[in-house]
Design a protein around this ligand. Structure first.
Ligand SMILES: [Zn+2]
Length: 480
């Protein structure tokens, strides 16, 4: 029996404000900062401490809501979501529930060359929790609590279950991440956990209306983890349904090492959290004037940029979507073009040599030692005929490994292409003189020998000769 998958994503994105959501503590790097160095009575949840809303966090959230075409609520309400966990010192999280900041948006994403639209159900503001580190030694087990992250502004973006495969879910997540990056509200650095995903996954017989019973998979911290977890869960549900069983509604974790989902808790309902309005915060009112100001300041979004790449540079759809999806990659490409590189040539070098290097070295585009202007200069050197393509690739490998200016490397290494006709003529003559048998063969009707002689001549010239000129000279001398 064929099945249809319905997948929705909940995305938690930290907002890149300088201070926390309800206090003036700094938002610090979760990896490098000393634990519990950015805390105060408010984010430590001490009795009597009062929250004060961070205006910048609201502004960032509104940017996202507007970019996703949501309807922004004139008034939204903060609530307490009550639950106990050691990384939640207040015993509740300040969030939004029945009256969220914004609702009913959409996002367009591309998957295997075609465009799809997913509906955004809601966008709301809340605060992040602290972080627990569990230590296991031979002698004892214990957990360390770090509250630096407690109270960091968090935006929750919930989609409708509009994705129907793991690929679509990933493409949606990538598109959303690139929107957040373009808006300057989130770095998109998944390794630092500033953006985290949860997927709800269900399966129904194809053609039947309504959704199947869904499970929620939490803590998906990379696109790869998300893809594997969704595939794994869809496989399990299909086996269950085909054997006449029923899928149980539950919350699952994902064990990336073992490649399996595991049960965290069964069926969780909103009434379990005893939501009630936060008595220490007034309703959040967003007036039209503020909203208009934010709307008029929105930057170019990834999809607009993609269309502009097609329109202005004549790029193919797939190329432009590949570049525009990653802010730093799109910036790198445009900087190359501004430095004089022809757009198609720039794309060829980025998707060829640069991608190969990134894959091999594990570096991101922002980490490589070749700034876009240097790559554009290297392309210019090739186009002026000063070095050939093979030499250029060698120069680039060296730049990627050690940095440096391409013109300088070419000149200090003496890599300039030989275009001097006297020198080329000499090389070709000496190769023909040294191989009279081959010349004889050519003249007696074996044209393929020419290619071999060409290789000999290029080698004799140390690989630096202008190949076009060598070929022309070779043909001239052979056909005398
Ligand atoms: Zn604080």
């Amino acid at each position: 029996m064929p099945f249809t998958a319905d997948i929705g994503l909940e995305v938690h994105a930290e907002l890149a404000t300088r201070s926390k959501m309800f206090c003036s503590c700094a938002v610090v790097d979760s990896v490098s900062a000393t634990p519990n160095s950015a805390v105060c009575p408010v984010c430590e949840g001490l009795p009597g401490a009062l929250p004060v809303l961070n205006e910048k966090a609201v502004e960032y959230a509104l940017r996202v809501a507007l970019a996703l075409g949501c309807k922004v609520a004139h008034q939204s309400i903060f609530v307490r979501k009550n639950y106990f966990y050691p990384d939640l010192p207040k015993g509740y999280q300040i969030s939004q529930f029945e009256s969220p900041l914004a609702e009913n948006g959409t996002i367009t994403y591309s998957v295997t060359g075609s465009e799809k639209i997913a509906r955004i159900r809601r966008v709301h503001l809340e605060e992040d929790t602290g972080k627990l580190t569990h230590i296991h030694t031979d002698k004892e087990d214990f957990s360390l609590v770090d509250l630096n992250r407690a109270g960091v502004p968090l935006l929750e973006i919930v989609s409708e279950p509009d994705m129907h495969s793991a690929e679509e879910a990933i493409a949606y997540a990538r598109a959303l991440r690139s929107v957040l990056q373009a808006l300057g509200v989130n770095s998109g650095d998944m390794e630092k956990g500033v953006i985290r995903f949860e997927a709800n996954v269900s399966l129904r017989p194809t053609g039947r209306d309504g959704l199947g019973t869904r499970v929620e998979i939490k803590n998906l911290n990379s696109f790869r983890a998300m893809e594997r977890a969704i595939r794994y869960q869809l496989g399990i549900q299909q086996t269950t349904l085909e054997s006449g069983g029923e899928v149980e509604q539950e919350t699952l974790g994902w064990d990336d090492l073992a490649g399996v989902t595991y049960s965290q808790r069964s069926k969780e309902d909103s009434h379990d959290y005893r939501y009630f309005p936060e008595p220490d915060l007034p309703p959040l009112v967003v007036d039209t004037e503020w909203l208009d100001r934010i709307r008029s300041g929105l930057p170019e979004l990834p999809r607009e940029r993609q269309y502009r790449f097609i329109r202005d540079y004549g790029l193919a759809k797939a190329e432009s979507s590949l570049l525009a999806e990653e802010l730093s990659l799109a910036d790198y490409f445009e900087e190359m073009v501004r430095s004089g590189a022809e757009p198609h040539t720039a794309v060829k070098w980025i998707t060829g040599e640069i991608f190969a290097w990134m894959k091999e070295s594990g570096q991101e585009i922002g980490q490589i030692k070749v700034p876009p202007g240097s790559l554009a200069s290297l392309i210019g050197i090739v186009e002026r005929g000063e070095i050939n393509l093979a030499t250029a690739k060698r120069v680039l490998s060296r730049m990627l490994a050690e940095g440096g200016d391409p013109a300088q490397i070419v000149s200090t290494e003496g890599l300039q292409q030989v275009s001097d006709m006297v020198a080329i003529r000499k090389v070709v003559t000496s190769v023909l003189d040294a191989n009279p048998g081959a010349v004889e063969k050519y003249r007696s009707g074996k044209p393929t020998v020419e290619q071999w002689l060409f290789g000999q001549a290029m080698r004799e010239a140390g690989g630096k000769a202008n190949p076009q000129l060598v070929r022309e000279e070779l043909q001239r001398q052979l056909n005398i």
